[in-house]
Design a binder for this molecule. Structure first.
Ligand code: KIV
Length: 278
């Protein structure tokens, strides 16, 4: 498979212009092979800090570091020739100040060739989004259920149900748009909240567990492939269970090594014909 990256990737302004069509298709990826497999089907690949739970076995995203995200971001862009790629800023790398956020987000863009960053948060992030966008770093704020705030929010629960919460949510969405965000990631919000914030802003909303009312959808790839055995939320539709064929292949390999069936002659170097069977 080619790792050639042509420069015709979907741009951030193109993602922004997909507002209102309900059709932005997004998935997460952390590795080159997975990015190569999904590239032709998706518009936006998010290198999520969910990698901490999905690939590293952490029980939250809190232990993910900037270097981990940079390594995964660079691996993903090496596998992509079409999709737009953005990288999640992990906990503790952007909340301190706009300057800290700029320094770390610039590293992400320079070292990964991703086109933008995603940051979890609320109104405390407005100044940072404005600061970054003015300096050339596209930002997608992640609002609603924000796993980096699990310790404060009391776990992974759907958010935004009362009228007051919905109004504050709409206000927040508009404020992020005014600050220059190119899109909003809306996680775990009730349908009414997702519908109203989507209608209130002229940038696209990409939902995860946030109803069909958003301008696009994202899911964690390992959830849809049956490759994550930890907590799987109700909204994570499983399209295939790859864990079974993978286990079957491991089992056959183990059996063949133990029985001497593998490796056969065709898998060996320098075996002379007349030594076959000898
Ligand atoms: O970390 C992650 O994978 C996410 C998804 C919601 C895109 O934030």
């Amino acid at each position: 498979m080619s790792t050639h990256v042509d420069r015709k990737r979907i741009t951030i302004p193109q993602i922004r212009s997909m507002k209102g069509r309900g059709s932005i298709v997004s998935l997460t990826a952390y590795t080159t092979p997975m990015a190569q497999l999904m590239d032709e089907f998706v518009d936006l690949i998010i290198v999520g800090d969910s990698t901490g739970m999905v690939a590293y076995g952490f029980n939250s995203t809190m232990s993910v570091t900037l270097d981990m995200m940079i390594n995964h971001g660079a691996a993903v862009t090496r596998g992509v020739s079409k999709a737009c790629v953005i990288v999640d800023m992990p906990f503790g790398t952007f909340q301190e100040s706009p300057q800290q956020a700029y320094r770390n987000a610039a590293r992400v863009l320079v070292e990964t060739q991703a086109q933008g960053v995603k940051m979890e948060g609320g109104e405390e992030l407005l100044e940072t989004v404005d600061f970054l966008v003015r300096r050339g770093i596209p930002v997608m704020p992640h609002i609603g259920l924000t796993p980096q705030h699990a310790n404060v929010q009391g776990g992974f629960k759907a958010q935004i149900r009362t009228e007051e919460e919905i109004n504050a949510f709409i206000k927040l969405g508009r404020a992020f748009e005014d600050a220059g965000a190119f899109a909003l990631l809306v996680e775990g919000a009730f349908e009414e909240a997702a519908r109203k914030v989507t209608a209130a802003v002229s940038i696209p909303t990409v939902g995860i567990g946030a109803s069909p009312e958003c301008d696009g959808q994202v899911l964690v790839t390992e959830d849809i492939l049956g490759l994550f055995s930890g907590y799987t939320p109700k909204f994570a539709k499983r399209y295939v269970d790859l864990s079974q064929p993978i286990k079957e292949a491991f089992s056959r390999y183990a059996h063949e090594v133990r029985s001497g069936e593998f490796p056969a002659m065709e898998h060996c170097f320098g075996v002379r014909k007349n030594s076959e069977g000898g």
